[in-house]
Each structure stands twice: as C-alpha cells, then as structure tokens.
Ligand binder design. Structure first.
Ligand SMILES: [Ca+2]
Ligand SMILES: [Ca+2]
Length: 141
C-alpha cells in the first residue's frame, strides 16, 4: 500500500483536530443556548441547571437540569409546573415565569429561587397565586 502524501496526512490531521475542537466546544454552546431559553437567568445562571460552575457546562446537572433535559431542553408550561428540587415552589415560581410561556412575569428580572436547589424559596418569595394575579394584570394590558 502506497504511503499517503505529506499533504494528505496534513489534511487528515487538520480534519481530525477540527472535529475534536467542535465536539469539545459543543456542550458549552449548547449550555449557552439552553440558558437563553429561560426567560430569567440571573442570578443563578449556570447554577440553575448545574451543581457547580465548570467551563463548558461540564458540571453534573442538578434536579432542574435533569428535568430540563428530559423535557427536550425546552422551557414550557410542563416544566414550569414541576417542582424539580421538591422545595414546595414550582420551577415557574422560582424562575419568574409561573405559567412557563417564556415571558418573565411582570417586571421580574431575577429568579426568586434556584429551581435546582431545595430550600431557596423562603418567605421572600411571593406565592404562586400572587404571581399569577400579577401576571394576569400585565397580560391583560
Ligand atoms: Ca422548586
Ligand atoms: Ca429552589
């Protein structure tokens, strides 16, 4: 079998390296795209879905991250109704989009609690009925 030319070997090396880089970068891009699907991301950002911050979204998923993945990586009413971390507040209430329509409730700019960490929806969190009433006011404009 003839030995491949130097040019061909270089071409193969470049293709393999590029493919490896794309695969390596892939999860980070997906994580950013996933985060962009949530109507409110501050202040927890990566930690809404991951157990710790690691480059490229390589940290293990928390309970909300797992549910998000199981929901086809979509933020919708089904995911909003769940209480992934079991702390008594729905994901929607913690994220700030109770009905999961993709729009932040009222003028909410920060998540009320971390949807993947229990015991973060304390007395400061307005209850869901209040959120719904507030949201209805804004939706009815
Ligand atoms: Ca919860
Ligand atoms: Ca929580």
């Amino acid at each position: 079998m003839p030995r491949p030319s130097l040019q061909r070997r270089w071409t193969v090396a470049v293709v393999v390296t590029t493919a490896g880089a794309v695969l390596w970068v892939g999860p980070a891009g997906a994580t950013e795209a996933d985060m962009a699907r949530l109507p409110v991301t501050a202040p927890f950002l990566c930690l809404a879905c991951h157990t710790q911050e690691q480059p490229g979204g390589s940290a293990p998923l928390n309970s909300f991250g797992e549910d998000y993945l199981a929901n086809g990586r979509r933020w919708d009413s089904d995911l909003a109704e769940l209480d992934s971390d079991g702390d008594g507040c729905t994901n929607g209430a913690e994220i700030g989009d109770v009905d999961g329509n993709g729009q932040a409730d009222g003028n909410v700019t920060e998540q009320a609690g971390n949807p993947g960490v229990a015991d973060e929806c304390g007395p400061g969190l307005v209850d869901e009925r209040t959120w719904s009433a507030l949201k209805a006011l804004f939706d009815g404009r």
